[in-house]
Design a protein around this ligand. Structure first.
Ligand code: SF4
Ligand code: SF4
Length: 257
């Protein structure tokens, strides 16, 4: 399904434009889950059509020094990944929220009306993801192994069901209907860096004095990070908390005042 003749750079250009638009929507208080849905559909479609911008896979190829498999020079790949980490330092995980196709597919699955689990596993998930990163790094550098290939990330987006890895990644995607973003929270090597950046991000969702402590944002958050004191390292800027808040101006996106 992936159109190999179309340059992967098109996905990166989309990511840059989408970051700008989404940051603008958040900063002006116009972000809504309806806007988010449009970006999620486009981002997921780009994953299947271009296999770009699939950030975790690009990082895996950087570790392997094989970025030319995606037609990208190694310095360009490193620079691109660094730029989006810098964007996250400014604006939080907009890239994860609606732009990365891997996150988008899982986010779309989470719209299905099924029982939900794993909301409170966010701290443990962070430790697991750090461990997985060490394994990806060690097997990549030491054995030249592509772990994300082994779990079928590329096979899934290429719609190659005959390959065993496809089934593994399909299982992860199906799981994401009931458990919020299992790949992002437990596996994604790039997510580890983005989470670290987001914990220090300048702009993030913050409570103001208008908050009436009703707790509705906390109930709505799929990763249990809507509490006032949370660093928002694992905030995927999904917009559920702002949508659930009954008080205008109680939750704002911006810098600490
Ligand atoms: S955590 Fe990784 S896979 Fe998930 S949206 Fe972010 S970059 Fe993509
Ligand atoms: S509901 Fe949670 S993850 Fe979504 S934007 Fe709010 S704090 Fe972030």
């Amino acid at each position: 399904m992936v159109l190999e003749s179309v340059p992967k750079a098109l996905g990166i250009v989309y990511a840059v434009l989408a970051v700008v638009v989404l940051a603008y929507l958040w900063k002006t208080g116009r972000f809504s889950r309806r806007h988010a849905l449009g970006f999620l559909v486009v981002s997921a479609a780009l994953g299947f059509l271009l296999f770009s911008p699939v950030f975790p896979y690009l990082l895996q190829l950087v570790i392997l020094r094989r970025t030319m498999e995606l037609g990208v020079l190694l310095p360009a790949a490193v620079t691109g990944l660094a730029v989006f980490i810098a964007v996250t330092l400014l604006a939080g995980r907009i890239v994860c929220g609606q732009i990365c196709p891997v996150g988008a597919v899982q986010e779309l699955m989470y719209h299905l009306p099924v029982p939900r689990y794993g909301r409170d596993l966010t701290p443990q998930a962070g430790f697991v993801r750090a461990g997985v990163f060490v394994v990806i790094l060690a097997t990549g550098v030491g054995l030249s192994a592509n772990l994300l290939d082994s779990i079928g990330l590329k096979d899934f987006f290429s719609l190659s069901p005959a390959i065993p890895g496809f089934v593994v990644f399909l299982a992860i995607v199906l799981l994401s209907a009931a458990v919020y973003r299992p790949f992002c929270r437990f596996i994604c090597p790039y997510g580890l860096f983005l989470a670290l950046a987001a914990s220090r991000s300048r702009w993030k969702i913050r409570r103001t004095d208008a908050c009436i402590q009703c707790g509705k944002c906390e109930q709505a958050c799929p990763v249990n990070v809507a509490t006032a004191e949370n660093s928002k390292a694992e905030c995927y800027l999904c917009g559920r908390c702002t949508e659930a808040c009954p008080v205008d101006g109680a939750l704002v996106y911006g810098r600490e005042s």
